[in-house]
Write a protein that binds this ligand. Structure first.
Ligand SMILES: *[C@@H]1O[C@H](CO)[C@@H](O)[C@H](O)[C@H]1NC(C)=O
Ligand SMILES: *[C@@H]1O[C@H](CO)[C@@H](O)[C@H](O)[C@H]1NC(C)=O
Ligand SMILES: *[C@@H]1O[C@H](CO)[C@@H](O)[C@H](O)[C@H]1NC(C)=O
Ligand SMILES: *[C@@H]1O[C@H](CO)[C@@H](O)[C@H](O)[C@H]1NC(C)=O
Ligand SMILES: *[C@@H]1O[C@H](CO)[C@@H](O)[C@H](O)[C@H]1NC(C)=O
Ligand SMILES: *[C@@H]1O[C@H](CO)[C@@H](O)[C@H](O)[C@H]1NC(C)=O
Ligand SMILES: *[C@@H]1O[C@H](CO)[C@@H](O)[C@H](O)[C@H]1NC(C)=O
Length: 427
């Protein structure tokens, strides 16, 4: 379709020129001379601006409109302005084609299309960094990472420049660090109260100090690539056999802009349940009022008499953001229920036989003592006499040898002996 348009335009121009001089042939009103002085420039890091001047010798009755599109007829536009701009990652050359016409009707035949391209990127394509990715953390700082290009020396000193409409100028990222294979850099980018803030993008370029590598560009839309901070669980409680979770969302985010994932691990059944929560709300609104600014969710089917560990993560949703791919980190876990710690079981398992054995020993000793009381040993008169009248040769060590039981039996036998002696005396 481009060819006929061009030819037609050229033909019209010739006719126009002929008509202008000779005055014999009437030019078709729908075709116009081409635009002049089309030029391209780059502002910021990758805001590409094309400007042009109106065509020379345009019909005085024509209300000029400009028809333009990028390569492959992308983004067709008909507008009265003599400029067009686009944020483009300048990793490749990009071209704009412009023509003039006399109406906003797309079926109108435009003039010859004039083309202007951005200069091709300089440097070896193999030297450019790869996998340049940026994530906007917590709406407060942006972290970009990349991998070195294939044709680069390992001591390449990278620099990252960034630009955003709120900054007013191009800034350099200060702390470049290595993270395994990746190289990264973080810079502060806080969400301004201005709601138009997020309609803009951040322009990023990674180059090297020495200018040896091909620059890599990235345009990060602020309506995507957002990773929220994890939420904070405030309370877990059972009510009417249901588990309720109350948590606080990360700052900077509206609740309606987040989706949630609630994980409940039960230590007894060893289950791991994950609930996707699009809109967190408990039926019972009384819980909501308890903690200001908290979100509530009722977890169904949780066993109350067991240990349940809960944690939550969040991500942006399609209501407010363009993508919903980046989960926050998990929140800190919180537990509720009885601690059926497995180590407790193990200690119980080991301790039980010991306790039982101890009890048996005590019982046996007690039984032995009982036996002694019930069936006292038959006294040995010779030994008793020896003891009664004191064997002076006996040292005190001998006494110490007696254990408690022997002492006790001795006392008991003594009384028996005394009674026997009394009996003997009375006879
Ligand atoms: C194109 O640019 C040149 C130099 O800037 C200028 O003299 C000329 O008038 C421009 N042409 C039109 C049609 O504006
Ligand atoms: C331009 O407009 C005037 C007045 O409206 C009209 O007389 C004239 O014929 C028009 N010229 C062309 C080329 O259409
Ligand atoms: C555009 O032009 C075509 C043919 O030239 C015509 O049929 C159509 O009605 C026009 N549309 C407008 C909005 O003027
Ligand atoms: C997240 O943003 C809030 C508000 O700007 C800030 O107070 C908080 O420290 C940020 N969190 C982190 C981990 O930087
Ligand atoms: C990078 O910087 C270091 C220290 O400033 C310097 O020694 C090294 O030569 C630089 N590397 C390149 C490739 O310029
Ligand atoms: C998320 O987890 C990673 C890996 O554990 C950690 O490096 C990072 O600091 C965490 N981010 C936040 C916001 O807590
Ligand atoms: C819950 O269980 C899953 C799967 O076994 C595990 O990956 C996760 O770390 C557990 N969560 C907590 C808080 O321990």
């Amino acid at each position: 379709m481009e060819r006929p348009a061009r030819l037609c335009g050229l033909w019209a121009l010739l006719l126009c020129a002929a008509g202008g001089r000779g005055g014999g042939v009437a030019a078709p009103t729908e075709t116009q001379p081409p635009v002049t002085n089309l030029s391209v420039s780059v502002e910021n890091l990758c805001t590409v601006i094309w400007t042009w001047d109106p065509p020379e010798g345009a019909s005085p009755n024509c209300t000029l409109r400009y028809f333009s599109h990028f390569d492959n007829k992308q983004d067709k536009k008909i507008a009265p302005e003599t400029h067009r701009s686009k944020e483009v990652p300048l990793n490749e050359r990009i071209c704009l084609q412009v023509g003039s016409q006399c109406s906003t009707n797309e079926s109108d035949n435009p003039s010859i299309l004039v083309e202007k391209c951005t200069p091709p990127p300089e440097g070896d394509p193999e030297s450019a960094v790869t996998e340049l990715q940026c994530v906007w953390h917590n709406l407060s700082y942006m972290k970009c990472t990349w991998l070195p290009g294939r044709n680069t020396s390992p001591d390449t000193n990278y620099t990252l420049y960034y630009w955003h409409s709120s900054l007013g100028k191009i800034l350099q990222c200060e702390d470049i660090y290595r993270e395994g294979q990746h190289i990264g850099c973080s810079f502060a980018l806080t969400n301004l109260k201005d709601s138009s803030f997020e309609q803009h993008s951040v322009q990023i370029v990674v180059k090297d100090n020495a200018g040896k590598i091909r620059p890599s560009f990235n345009i990060v839309p602020l309506t995507s690539h957002v990773k929220p901070d994890p939420p904070h669980i405030k309370r877990l409680f059972f009510q009417n056999g249901n588990l309720y979770v109350q948590w606080k969302n990360p700052q900077n985010f509206y609740s309606r802009c987040l989706s949630y994932q609630v994980e409940v691990n039960n230590s007894q059944t060893e289950t791991n349940d994950i609930f996707y929560v699009e809109e967190a709300k408990c039926q019972n609104s009384e819980f909501e009022g308890n903690l200001e600014g908290t979100i509530c969710f009722m977890v169904p089917g949780v066993l109350p008499d067991t240990l349940n560990t809960v944690r939550i993560r969040v991500r942006t949703n399609k209501l407010c953001y363009e993508d919903d791919k980046l989960w926050s980190n998990w929140s800190q876990a919180m537990s509720i229920g009885e601690n059926t710690d497995p180590t407790f079981y193990i200690t119980m398992l080991l301790a039980t036989p010991v306790i039982v054995a101890g009890a048996i020993i005590v019982l046996l000793l007690y039984l032995k003592r009982l036996k002694i009381i019930i069936f006292p040993p038959i006294p040995d008169p010779g030994k008793i006499f020896k003891e009664m009248f004191g064997d002076q040769n006996d040292d005190t060590l001998h006494w110490r040898k007696y254990d408690i039981y022997e002492k006790q039996t001795k006392e008991e036998t003594d009384s028996v002996v005394l009674i026997e002696n009394l009996k003997k005396a009375s006879q």
